[in-house]
Design a protein around this ligand. Structure first.
Ligand SMILES: Cc1cc2nc3c(=O)[nH]c(=O)nc-3n(C[C@H](O)[C@H](O)[C@H](O)COP(=O)(O)OP(=O)(O)OC[C@H]3O[C@@H](n4cnc5c(N)ncnc54)[C@H](O)[C@@H]3O)c2cc1C
Length: 456
């Protein structure tokens, strides 16, 4: 039984609630319908204002062995923030300050509850850039670090992990820990900071983050290149990378799916020809540099069968293309059973596409696949017809098996959460599991922080 009065004493009466209508939206995240975990009914939502209050909450929870579920923006796709036992949902939403944009060090210091949208704005106001862009700008900084989010722009600059330079964390036992700093090099002891990154809220509550920044690109352009056939499009991806241009992003989409997203947003997919498309974003030190990269990519694509290349230079036009890609899930979601996140070595992307197509055909079900082509990270979306035919689990297992056979893993960027625990065994060997469980016990001896998440 959660000690509500003690929580009220710590954060103030206004910031603790048990009223059903006020906690409803904290019981779910963006997890897909066929793998949705069942939330608990007896939940207290607590909204602390600072790190010290979080420390006090954790000391109380640890003493009374109350489960605590850290919650960021609730945009996670795997039920990671869903409270599945009676306990506390600890929302970071009031830790929403951008503390410092440090131009000399090219770093930003942000509280964990700052949203991606607000972070991008604060940094751009100073003419700087935070390159990663996981699709939903409502995600919070703490959630992005806890999930090591990826997104479209990882090809050139990598995932969120590559930007984290310092963390402030509250441990499950309530101690406050600072890791790293405004440092580009740091080899002091075991790297606990990188253990906390991608720990999905099971080892500590992230309360503050120092991110590395870059100068704003002088020029940026988005190409939409079209082919009549998927194989030719996918075969061109390594050719572009081998040409010496490293784009910011290289996304694969198919006309039938991206047009649904466009229509949903009231936009028009700009490519007139072809069925299979690469969205390629390039950045450079000047407009000429960007233009020459676009030309180089366009030439490579023409050599490899592209039927059309469109270059968007205007900011609004580029933003619309990115929006259509980022929100590709939204209109599909009501008919989607599950959206996978497999990753294979980049050169095996074509083979895994073929395998998924064969599996879908054999079971007579619909699987729409799109994703981060240059990262080898694809999102096969298994539609509800697989559930209706009673083959959903088999289809998913076969896709995972095909990815594993090609050297791949269950998750490239979304994580394990609660929804993928069943598949965890497929890829994690017994010794690794033992080590992971040992680390969890060391950080969280009473197993109170986000139990039932990320590891079994
Ligand atoms: C439309 C859409 C597009 C998306 N596109 C991408 C994409 O391209 N790439 C990608 O990687 N992801 C993507 N995502 C998934 C999601 O946005 C990311 O996983 C994001 O990092 C989650 O952040 P959040 O703040 O919403 O976390 P939440 O959903 O609130 O939580 C996610 C996990 O992190 C933990 N957590 C949250 N905050 C903290 C904290 N402060 N300290 C410790 N643990 C914490 C939670 O307990 C939970 O386990 C997408 C989601 C949507 C809805």
């Amino acid at each position: 039984m959660t000690n509500v009065q003690e929580l009220q004493r710590i954060v103030g009466g206004d910031w603790v609630t048990t009223k059903r209508e006020q906690i409803e939206s904290y019981l779910m995240d963006e997890v897909y319908v066929a793998v949705r975990p069942q939330p608990s009914n007896d939940v207290v939502v607590v909204k602390p204002a600072n790190t010290e209050e979080i420390s006090k909450i954790m000391k109380l929870a640890n003493r009374e062995k109350i489960p605590v579920y850290p919650r960021g923006g609730g945009t996670g796709l795997l039920g990671g923030a869903v409270p599945t036992q009676d306990g506390i949902v600890l929302s970071l939403e009031r830790l929403d300050r951008v503390e410092e944009v440090d131009k000399d060090n090219l770093m930003v210091v942000v509280q964990a509850g700052v949203t991606l949208g607000d972070l991008l704005k604060a940094v751009e106001d100073e003419d700087l850039l935070f390159p990663p862009h996981p699709g939903d700008e409502g995600a919070q900084v703490g959630g992005m670090v806890a999930c090591n989010a990826g997104g479209t722009r990882a090809v050139k600059y990598g995932v969120v992990r590559n930007y984290v330079k310092g963390l402030e964390v509250v441990l499950p036992t309530g101690e406050i820990l600072n890791m790293g700093g405004k440092l580009l090099k740091n080899n002091t002891g075991l790297d606990l900071m990188h253990l906390l990154i991608d720990s999905e809220g099971i080892l500590g509550i992230i309360t503050k983050v120092i991110f590395r920044l870059y100068p704003r690109f002088a020029g940026i352009a988005t190409l939409v290149v079209s082919w009549d056939d998927r194989h030719a499009a996918i075969r061109t991806v390594p050719k572009i990378l081998q040409s010496g241009v490293i784009p910011l992003a290289m996304e694969y989409v198919e006309r039938d799916v991206i047009e649904i997203s466009a229509e949903h947003l009231g936009l028009k997919w700009p490519a007139a020809k072809g069925k299979a498309h690469l969205i390629v974003i390039v950045s450079g030190s000047s407009e000429d540099d960007v233009y020459s990269q676009c030309q180089q990519i366009s030439d490579v694509c023409q050599e490899h069968g592209a039927v059309d290349t469109l270059i968007a230079e205007r900011k609004e036009e580029q933003a619309e293309i990115l929006k259509m890609r980022s929100e590709i899930y939204t209109p599909l979601k009501s008919r989607m059973a599950d959206g996978l996140d497999i990753t294979v070595p980049p050169a095996n992307v074509g083979k895994v596409f073929d395998a998924i197509e064969e599996i879908a055909k054999r079971f007579g079900v619909t699987v729409h696949t799109f994703g981060h082509a240059a990262d080898g990270n694809l999102h096969p979306s298994i539609m509800m017809d697989a559930v209706e035919k009673g083959v959903f689990k088999e289809v998913k297992k076969e896709i995972y098996r095909a990815a594993a056979d090609l050297g791949g893993v269950v998750s490239g960027e979304h994580g394990v959460g609660k929804a993928r625990l069943g598949e965890f065994d497929l890829y994690v060997d017994a010794k690794s599991k033992e080590l992971m469980r040992g680390m969890k016990r060391l950080f969280d001896p009473n197993n109170i922080l986000n139990p039932g998440t990320a590891i079994m």
